[in-house]
Design a protein around this ligand. Sequence first.
Ligand code: URA
Length: 491
Amino acid sequence: MFDARLAFPADFEGWRTAARTALTLRLPPEELSFTIGDEAAGLFAEPLPAPPANAPQPTVPKAFPDLARKLVCHADEDRFVFAYRLLWRLQSERKLLEIAADKDVLRATEMEKAVRRDSHKMKAFVRFREIEDGELGRHSVAWFEPFHHTVELTAPFFARRFAGMIWTILTPERTAHWNGEELSFLPGATRDMAPSDDDMEVLWLTYYASIFNPARLKVKAMTAEMPKKYWANMPETALVKPLIAGAEAATRRMLETRPTLPSLHSEKLKERRAVTLPRMEKTPEVGLGQSPDSIAEARDQAADCRACPLWEPATQTVFGKGPEDAPVIFVGEQPGDQEDIAGEPFVGPAGKVFDQALAAAGIDRSQAYVTNAVKHFKFEPRGKRRIHAKPNMSEIKVCRWWLDQERRLIAPKLIVALGATAAQAVLGKTVTIKATRSKLIDLDETTRLLVTVHPSYILRLPDEAAKERETKAFRADMALVLETVPELAVG
Ligand code: URA
């Protein structure tokens, strides 16, 4: 039995060196243990020797290093041996990671997801407070309690986001510090070492109250996403109760004062100007580029997307909605008038047809992820109304980057394209509904595509008989969705 000593709880580099050495010595996973810091090793374990000079590098699938980096951050005490077991098996089972039903692969997938979520929570819920530090001057400090060992994994995000600040994130296990140039890690701290308020807080609270969107208030979802454990560190949570209390009246006010559209004359001028707009940049300024680590992060980035001109007249980016581990993604075309105001897909008339078809098939919408091929509302003003305009090829192409991120992060079993635009965005080529409808098409080894009509096609049908016939056919497609992915069943 050999024991490898690691420097800290998520010491990936230490694990990697030890794992390579153990592989060179052909040590099976049962004969390897890991200890952290000055923990006592098992009585009969010998220290793992240094790696032999010119030990060969093990070859692993491209996805493995990133997976292993996340596995060693998991709270599971067996994580290092488990990650080594995967590496060990990969030496003789090259395609192991593609066998989704394998027990070890399943476990690794779950662990990776949990770590990604924990890291996302840290990105979303860390709140810095400014202090005056004799040595460091103005310095921002935050207290956070991750569930897994995710400080090292997540700190580079803060270094990028708050590069111009000097900051420290204290956690019970590790402390991350950014001096404006370099990240360093120190032992953990206690809560009382973190400051509890500062002058920034008032400003932050004012800001939070102003961005609070009452129409999107879902208290249950909010507490699920933002567990109360984190509330103590977040100044804005003090505002949550009064804001919830006032939300109903605020929603009413918001609907009464829907964004006033510019006059037709100014819209016409804008249209004329639009013809001379510069060509779309190849590398858009914001949003596209760095792959997000979670749906929440993707949503944050997409909120500032300026990759095509549709962002300007729209009220906001309408990103997808639903669980990050949803087995199905429904893709529509683009948000409509009501979605643009509410900030959520399929909440207007087409959403109603969609909801009714799901209900008729026995599908629980909250288990699915619902999104659109294009994330901004494209419209033409007509008097006070905004009339839906079809997105063009280049808008669909540019926005496909976000859809690809959603697909990558959610990795669904099934994608349902609602209408030709969605099918085009998913497949990357033009297809007709007639040729593709109601067939299960393999997109890759794990994801299939089902193409059906867009619910608003049914809404637009002029006669009742056609409406009835098409509603039936649409519902039959939803029944096929449930048959393909029974996890979506209500209850
Ligand atoms: N139509 C769509 O394609 N998506 C929506 O979100 C609403 C209407």
